[in-house]
Design a binder for this molecule. Structure first.
Ligand SMILES: Nc1ncnc2c1ncn2[C@@H]1O[C@H](COP(=O)(O)OP(=O)(O)OP(=O)(O)O)[C@@H](O)[C@H]1O
Length: 644
């Protein structure tokens, strides 16, 4: 029924021995619960029996007093039932809390063992197991004990009552009841399997989306959008199919509920003339209906829905908490869900083409940037929402190929927005942005081609777990990244012109000491262990090596000290290509061919000297920078738009 169903021994069979052990060790609690529950049987019996006697011996026999007395018996039975419930709840805690404690102990032990075995690998799912899943298990178990026990004792009381009123009543009521119960029982195991499939598919989907979200920059930068979307679609389709399959079994369960829960009443009414002919009294008929409608069938319905929902949930959760230890907490399907990121290692190692779909295969690109791109903004207006004030209004700008432009302006004026527009991450509301005569996101241009056309390094530099070499060659074509003799990307290469270029870029941006400290280019980098400045150096090295003729540095050196920043910027100025720097320090402006001052609606361009004469805002900014009131990274979480 489902493509994700299993043939391995089901969770029920795996858990049964443990459940039996758990219950055996709590015999006394069970006996106490049984004792209180017997009172519930008595209550059920007395309610139906009292109603029948009230009618036959009292009201129909002309003795109102007797009738009322029997009704009083039925009412008293209800009070006794209340006492029984109180006792049951007391006993319940003694059964349920040990289960929860045991589960918690097991989860903590497993998490600690996992952490000791693999310290670098955090098992975050333990938190969910410790809190949400153990609570769910406890609540579901408590609900099931209550409902199951109540059904057994209520059914015993009701069936005894029916038999005492007229044995033939059992003949009418029992067959549909048993048939419905059998049907229901038959759905239990497949339903649990479907529930498990659904949970697995759901976990796989969220793991998959998590992986995609974490690797979005890689996906966009490497042109793997279609492939990633295809993999995400497959995960969604699996979950849809699992949900459909679950719904089909839920429908089968509804049929079982109809047979067991409604057919006995219909049959009883249908068989009434036949029963009356065989000595059934009106009181007994009313008593039988009371048993069915007030006790037996409500208990059955509660049992079925509780077993259906809480039961299957409990089975699945318990299996997860106490079942076989998965390699490190993740279910099999969840691991396969990491599939979208499978595209990433190839992409990360620099083989951009290997990550792109055939339709998106980028055209061969020069290994070194050409003279540079020409960037034009023609009357560009951009706002972040339909009703929002434009951040840029009617901005015109031309950056010539090979030019080095520095953009300055007060915080929040739109400098990063400008960079994102040029990089093609945003599209202007009005006007046009052209890079070498075409919009960066021109129709037909793949993400891979876009990555070869320009590099944008934001403040929050992106470094991934992999070797330093892989990080640096991430945006390079194959000729440089496939340096290993066997062509294995990222392998230890032989010295050659490409290796020299790699070394030259490392030296140019000032990455040498960091590379040495890490253990060389083939040392594995742990992003979390790097400082922000170190991450920026690696991202700068990556941009420097890329063949893109346009480099956009959006405060990409803000965590470097002034000397390191100057060195990195010099490296980019010396690199062929067009360079646009969103300035972090005014010293950047001194090094530029031209400076663009953004001032709300206006943007003025000129050399540093010219702007000191012409722009009051520029003079202010220079003054502020010199007095040290500017120059910190203004990272705003959640606003990063740029793949590095
Ligand atoms: N994703 C976004 N959604 C809505 N508004 C945004 C978004 N990103 C930026 N803005 C707003 O657009 C304006 C310009 O932001 P932008 O980041 O381009 O300025 P900036 O000059 O680069 O600032 P800073 O120097 O502080 O980095 C700001 O008012 C900012 O709050």
């Amino acid at each position: 029924m489902s493509p994700v169903s299993r043939t391995a021994p089901g969770p029920a069979r795996r858990l049964l021995p443990r459940a039996a052990r758990f219950l055996r060790s709590r015999r006394r609690v069970l006996v106490r619960l049984g004792g209180w529950s017997l009172l519930e049987s008595a209550q059920t019996f007395l309610v139906g029996y009292g109603v029948a006697q009230a009618l036959d011996r009292g009201f129909l026999a002309g003795s109102t007093g007797t009738g009322l007395a029997w009704l009083a018996v039925a009412a008293a039975a209800t009070v006794v039932g209340g006492l029984a419930v109180r006792g049951v709840f007391r006993g319940l805690a003694d059964l349920v809390e040990p289960l929860r404690d045991g589960l918690l102990r097991r989860v903590v032990t497993r998490a600690l063992h996992g952490a000791v075995a693999e310290p670098a690998r955090a098992d975050n799912s333990s938190v969910s197991r410790l809190t949400h899943q153990t609570e769910l298990a406890r609540d579901s178990f408590a609900g099931l004990v209550l409902v199951l026990r109540s059904f057994v004792f209520t059914a015993a009381g009701a069936l005894a009552g029916l038999a005492s009123l007229h044995p033939l009543l059992l003949l009418v009521v029992l067959p549909p009841l048993v048939l419905g119960l059998l049907l229901f029982t038959a759905t239990l195991v497949p339903m649990a399997a479907r529930q498990r499939d659904f949970l697995d598919a759901d976990e796989a989907l969220s793991t998959g989306y998590g992986a995609v979200a974490a690797g979005l920059r890689d996906v966009v930068a490497c042109g793997a959008e279609r492939r990633t979307a295809g993999e995400a679609d497959a995960l969604v389709a699996t979950e849809v199919e699992a949900a459909r399959s679950l719904a089909r079994w839920a429908a089968a369960r509804t049929v079982a509920l109809g047979v067991a829960g409604h057919l006995p009443i219909v049959l009883l009414l249908f068989a009434t003339p036949w029963l009356l002919e065989r000595g059934l009294t009106a009181g007994a008929l009313l008593g039988a209906l009371t048993y069915l409608t007030q006790s037996l069938l409500p208990a059955l319905r509660t049992l079925m829905s509780a077993l259906g929902a809480a039961g299957t949930r409990l089975l699945v959760i318990l299996d997860r908490l106490v079942g076989e230890d998965p390699p490190h907490g993740a279910p099999a399907a969840a691991k396969s869900a990491a599939a979208p990121s499978a595209a990433l290692p190839a992409a990360r190692s620099g083989t951009v083409e290997s990550a792109a779909t055939p339709a998106e295969t980028p055209a061969p690109a020069p290994a070194r940037p050409a003279a540079g791109s020409r960037v034009e903004l023609r009357s560009v207006t951009f706002a972040y929402g339909p009703g929002a004030q434009p951040v840029l209004r009617e901005v015109d700008l031309t950056v010539e190929p090979g030019e080095h432009l520095v953009v300055v302006g007060p915080s929040g004026i739109g400098k990063s927005t400008l960079a994102a527009l040029v990089a093609g991450l945003l599209t202007p509301g009005r006007g046009e942005v052209l890079v070498d005569g075409a919009p960066p996101r021109a129709a037909g241009r793949s993400a891979g081609e876009l990555a070869r056309q320009r590099v944008l390094i934001p403040q929050q530099a992106y470094v991934f777990t992999g070797t330093l070499r892989e990080n640096l060659l991430y945006l390079c074509p194959d000729d440089l990244s496939a340096g290993a003799p066997d062509g294995t990307p990222g392998g230890a290469p032989e010295a050659g012109p490409e290796e020299e270029r790699l070394a030259a870029s490392v030296a140019a941006v000032g990455l040498g000491p960091l590379a040495d400290g890490l253990g060389g280019l083939d040392a594995v980098v742990d992003p979390a262990a790097l400082s922000q400045g170190e991450r920026q150096l690696i991202a700068l090295g990556r941009a420097h090596l890329s063949p893109a003729p346009l480099v956009l540095l959006d405060e990409a050196t803000c965590h470097l000290d002034p000397e390191a920043e100057a060195r990195a910027e010099r490296a980019f100025a010396d690199r062929p290509g067009t360079l646009v720097v969103i300035a972090h320090r005014i010293s950047s402006a001194h090094r530029a061919d031209r400076v663009l001052v953004m001032d709300g609606a206006r943007a003025t361009a000129g050399s540093h000297r010219e702007l000191l004469d012409r722009s009051r805002l520029y003079r202010d900014l220079v003054g502020r920078w010199h007095t040290g009131r500017e120059g910190r990274c203004a990272v705003r979480p959640g606003r990063s738009r740029a793949p590095a």
